[in-house]
Design a binder for this molecule. Structure first.
Ligand SMILES: Nc1ncnc2c1ncn2[C@@H]1O[C@H](COP(=O)(O)OP(=O)(O)O)[C@@H](O)[C@H]1O
Ligand SMILES: CC(=O)N[C@@H](CCC(=O)OP(=O)(O)O)C(=O)O
Length: 299
């Protein structure tokens, strides 16, 4: 106990300095989309979860919407199939759907376990639970890509209830259509739909790249602030590919529909969320309205 107390006393000054800022953030809802590509190993997962949990402990209301695309692809490969994507969306036949649901369920509970270990209450659900995510079939460029869902309705009450009871909600991107068939939802789509439905203050995408590059092969072309028009132009001109495509589309959708702060961050960087929220310069790419200045919580 003495050791713990000493540690606390060593940090007390920092805490006292930080408190006025922390109090200012109280009760703001932050949706954290935690991508499978930034779940490189258990240690990294634990660190990301620590930061989200810390945000909860200092008064934010975080919600995690997670992916698991890489892990799903691994299992699709294990059963002898070739993972296939169109515009960043997985082509999902019945067998792939089954694998995706199994993998996402496992990822979901592993995140719940990490939060619980830190003494914070977490509830892991998928979009099937309580009618959280209702979908229609989604096409990719007019093409049928199987059981891929487009979120048409979010039952926000469930999330409000969980937040009200002080749980940290952890959501897997699976939904049901009107006939109660299971659908695979791109996790970026799910996070954006949820952020819009609950009027989140902030939506942060944690991925495996520093942010958006003008030239995906050249890290010196990192864009730290991307406005909506430029984002649309980059997509039209073919600078955005693969999994970044749904991310940018959703960033724009979120910004245009009332989410104030939208960011793409490198989830592999230690404390990326905290650096983005609490430092002046911020990190990664901030998506903003055409007229808006970059914002930070500190000053
Ligand atoms: N212009 C771009 N800037 C940054 N990343 C890009 C760009 N175009 C394509 N990408 C790719 O998008 C990937 C991120 O998407 P994805 O792998 O689906 O991540 P997540 O699992 O986090 O959703 C990056 O690793 C990168 O290879
Ligand atoms: C339809 C679709 O693309 N679903 C995604 C769901 C998981 C996901 O989005 O995971 P990441 O965030 O790690 O990419 C998939 O099957 O990969």
């Amino acid at each position: 106990m003495e050791k713990v107390m000493q540690k606390y006393l060593d940090k007390a000054e920092v805490l006292i300095e930080a408190l006025p800022y922390i109090q200012r953030f109280n009760r703001k809802i932050i949706v954290v989309k935690y991508g499978g590509s930034a779940m490189v190993d258990e240690e990294l997962k634990a660190r990301v979860i620590q930061d989200v949990t810390l945000l909860k402990l200092v008064g934010f209301k975080p919600i995690i919407v997670h992916g698991g695309g890489k892990e799903i692809s691994k299992w699709v490969g294990k059963v002898g199939m070739e993972p296939q994507f169109i515009n960043g969306l997985r082509v999902t036949d019945a067998e792939t759907m089954e694998l995706a649901e199994m993998v996402l369920g496992k990822v979901n509970k592993s995140l719940v376990q990490l939060v619980e270990q830190l003494g914070v209450r977490a509830i892991g659900i998928s979009g099937k639970d309580g009618g959280l995510l209702k979908v229609d079939k989604k096409l990719a460029d007019g093409e049928d890509i199987g059981f891929v869902g487009d979120v048409k309705e979010v039952n926000a009450d469930i999330i409000y209830d969980l937040l009200e009871k002080d749980f940290l909600p952890i959501i897997a991107p699976i939904g049901l259509d009107d006939d109660y068939n299971t659908y695979n939802i791109n996790a970026d789509d799910a996070a954006c739909a949820i952020a819009k439905a609950i009027n989140a203050e902030k939506l942060a995408f944690l991925t495996d790249i520093e942010g958006v590059y003008k030239d995906p092969k050249d890290p010196s072309t990192l864009i730290s602030e991307l406005n909506v028009s430029d984002g649309k132009k980059l997509m039209e001109e073919g600078y955005i590919g693969g999994g970044m495509l749904p991310k940018i589309q959703n960033c724009i959708d979120a910004i245009e529909n009332g989410v104030s702060r939208v960011h793409i961050l490198d989830g592999r960087i230690p404390h990326c969320l905290l650096l983005e929220i609490f430092t002046n310069k911020g990190i990664g790419t901030a998506i903003k309205n055409d007229v808006e200045e970059r914002y930070y919580y500190g000053e």
